[in-house]
Design a protein around this ligand. Sequence first.
Ligand code: NAD
Length: 474
Amino acid sequence: MLDPVAPRSRFHTSVSHYFDRAAALTSFEPGLLDQVKSCNSVYRMKFPVKDDDGNIVVVEAYRAQHSHHRLPGKGGIRFSLSVNQDEVVALASLMTYKCALVGLPFGGAKGGVCIDSKSSSVGFRERVTRRYTAELVKKNFIGPAIDVPAPDYGTGEQEMAWIADTYKALNFNELHPYACVTGKPLDLHGIPGRREATGYGVFLGIKQCLAHREDIEPLGLEPGVEGKRVIVQGLGNVGLYAARFLHDAGALIVGIAELGGGIYHPAGLDVNKVAAHFQANHTLRDYEPGTFIADSSAVLEMPCDILVPAALENQITAANAHKIQAKIVAEAANGPVDFDADEILAERGILVIPDLYLNAGGVTVSYFEWLKNLSHVSFDRMNSGYIESSKERMLSAVEMLTGRSIGEAERDLITAGPREIDFVRSALADTMELSYHNIRDLWKTRDTPDLRTAAYIFGIDRVARSYMAHGIFP
Ligand code: NAD
């Protein structure tokens, strides 16, 4: 049971409990596990920024580097008034195990800035972002080989562009300045597919889970995404794309929860229309068709097959876990299910697809963007034409041998060379498939209670073995 008066935040304590539960099932020595669990460095800063009226505002911010076993560190930057050191450290530790789990050569890191992204003007956000970047540069907390941020809650491509530009301005001799941050716009050395990567990865992960009949039949579900009733919490970057991909694959999005209320409609919602309504009105009130539910958290308790919390941590706790009607909880956000709730959901036979695995699509495609920025060439530039002409030759040989020829349109379809987005999507799909099999195998073949514990064991194992291979300096 989580201690309600513990000095650590609920989120941090949950991650710590998840780690300990998994670590107990490994055979690493306690000191090594302590190192794998510990956060290596935290930079807490306060800096002045002028608000839109010219007044000085002191902003509090953080960057945590949880692990240096691989460099650079990698992890998003969150803009939210609820940011605090505990939260940033917990998020950074999740990044360590996540990157290890999906086989990315990064340490875990995370940043947070205490401002309200939604109510801040563009000008204020730009001044805060640039000053935050300058603070990170001053302390050597950012750089292509040191620590590479990305978007998270409350930030997006625009903030990443400001970070890249500020870093470049302060490091004019740097050969790879754009590799200092990922999630950048396409016009500033970004990569196609990064914007929707986390949501697409969430969709792919759910699809993997739903492909195993023996795992989901006991939940009363048939394999496949089609026809599944889904509720999504949070229509931001992760939630919106996850909902769109699930909808396009035939799922029914029966509920959407946002700040200020949600909407429930058993016949299925049009995700794009709901998103457009929310963007225009900043509320889901008056959206039709569907029933408006003013208490947004009550939407999570409505009937569905799959609940996708894609907003923030601690959304499912001991207070509401026994009311969840979903058969699968798919953790698109980081830490949406706390430790107590996790135990209640397990007792109730509800399957949880853990954050460590499920939202790893974003950092995976960030890895591809970082590689692209280091090599200064897009993934299709060197081989797309070659692949296309090879396929042309092969098709011509088949036509010659069979004496039959194929139509123009069909020919173009078959021989088209891959574009960069094709490489990104297929490599992401491979990662999500392989990683799911890795954690599922561990869950099924060893004495591992659930997918989350399997994901932690996998991550801990890779980080611990890396530390052992490095040895301890001096
Ligand atoms: P975002 O800022 O783009 O969107 C979050 C949305 O959630 C907003 O629309 C906000 O209004 C809504 N929201 C906040 N509190 C809510 C509540 N109580 N009920 C309903 N809706 C609520 O953020 P995002 O980038 O989509 O991130 C969401 C989660 O996913 C976070 O936990 C983040 O750490 C995680 N994540 C994000 C990425 C990424 O690439 N952006 C990658 C991995 C994990």
